[in-house]
Design a protein around this ligand. Structure first.
Ligand SMILES: Cc1ncc(COP(=O)(O)O)c(C=O)c1O
Length: 368
């Protein structure tokens, strides 16, 4: 197939076409410098400009209070699983974690290296179909912070609003798969991190927005590279940053603003996901994974009646230019990831394929 296909990848994921086209030009000559964006010294004036523009673009997307730092790190969102407790959780103290799937569990398992971990709510018993709310949430007595994964990329669940951190604590959020997909009140958070490769840019860079007071000094001696303060103080340039990631992330954030900002992103994301959810709710061939009240607007998860049919679905969809629909290996089935840059027509094309696939395979399902 020539041309661009509908890319349902969970990440690295679809990027805005105008940004890719600008990047193609800048790949050869950025700012008329005679240099490729890939060839710039991270201490040179062109990269000073890129750093400033990326910071400006982030401030342009959402209001970030003066007492917050914006910076970036390498090592993926996964490295934040230990950077967070290493920098923020004093020995002997407790941090509360929402257990809502693999990414939360990856964080939870690192906490005991530094302090105590209290699971304040868990979806484990129902295969992470739900996000704990109300009485299902029990905070510890005096947590330092409460960490949650705002969107569970694998399960297709999303917090519909931020949890309330108990008095004296603050929120830490892994927002890797829904950052800037809807309006966000930064002042509710102590620290937000997001791997870029879903809504922000290429893999290899993680955006952090943190209350300055939290990233002034780690709570224990740490290797220099693991200290938030080094990266926050030096605009993500303590060492050589992933320069292309800094560049592209800035362009993607500017694209969000140019498109009308987070309200527009939210409206588009909701409407697009609704196309698929409305269809799922209208039929009984496919089995949705996430509970209705906490469905994600980014990742829609569902299964066919049998794993063989799942495999046939993915193969058939791929042949139609609907790519990367295979679900995560831990839950199987299908996952349609539709981030900010994903076109609405892709959701329509998916539903149309789902309808014809179900029609052609209903017998195979009922005689299984
Ligand atoms: C919510 C969430 N957190 C963390 C990660 C891990 O990110 P990385 O592979 O950049 O370490 C992912 C990856 O998909 C994710 O979706």
């Amino acid at each position: 197939m020539s041309g661009r296909v509908y890319n349902f990848s969970a990440g690295p994921a679809v990027l805005p076409k105008p940004v890719l086209e600008q990047a193609r030009k800048d790949m050869v000559d950025v700012f008329g410098s005679g240099l490729s964006v890939l060839e710039l010294s991270h201490r040179g004036k062109e990269f000073d400009r890129i750093t400033a523009e990326t910071l400006e673009a982030c401030h342009g997307v959402t209001s970030i209070p003066d007492d917050y730092a914006v910076f970036w790190m390498q090592g993926g969102a996964t490295s934040q699983c230990y950077f967070v407790p290493a920098n923020l959780l004093p020995e002997g103290r407790t941090a509360d974690y929402f257990q809502t799937g693999k990414w939360a569990n990856d964080s939870i398992k690192e906490v005991p290296l530094y302090g105590n971990c209290h699971i304040c709510g868990s979806g484990k018993d129902n295969a992470y179909r739900t996000i704990p709310t109300g009485d299902a949430v029990q905070y510890s007595k005096n947590p330092v912070y409460v960490q949650f994964t705002s969107n569970n990329t694998i399960m297709g669940t999303e917090f519909q609003s931020e949890p309330d951190a108990p008095a004296g604590s603050y929120l830490v959020c892994d927002a890797s798969s829904n950052i800037f997909s809807k309006p966000i009140d930064i002042s509710k958070y102590g620290l937000i991190y997001a791997g870029a490769q879903k809504n922000l840019g290429p893999a290899g860079i993680t955006l952090l927005i943190a209350r300055k007071s939290l990233v002034e000094e780690p709570v224990r001696p740490l290797p220099t590279m693991a200290q938030y303060c080094q990266h926050a103080k030096k605009e993500g340039r303590y060492n050589t940053p992933p320069t292309f990631g800094v560049y592209l992330m800035g362009r993607v954030m500017k694209w969000i603003t140019d498109e009308g900002g987070l309200d527009v992103m939210e409206a588009r994301n909701k409407a697009r996901a609704k196309i698929v959810y409305d269809f799922l709710d209208s039929q009984d061939f496919y089995i949705p994974h996430a509970n209705k009240i906490c469905r994600s607007n980014m990742n829609v998860t569902f299964k066919c009646p049998t794993p063989d049919l799942d495999a046939a679905f993915v193969a058939g969809a791929t042949a139609e230019g609907l790519r990367e629909l295979k679900g995560h290996r831990s839950i199987g089935g299908m996952r349609a990831s539709m981030y900010n840059a994903f076109p609405t027509e892709g959701a329509e094309a998916l539903v149309s394929f789902m309808k014809s696939f179900a029609l052609n395979h209903t017998n195979a399902a009922t005689t299984r």
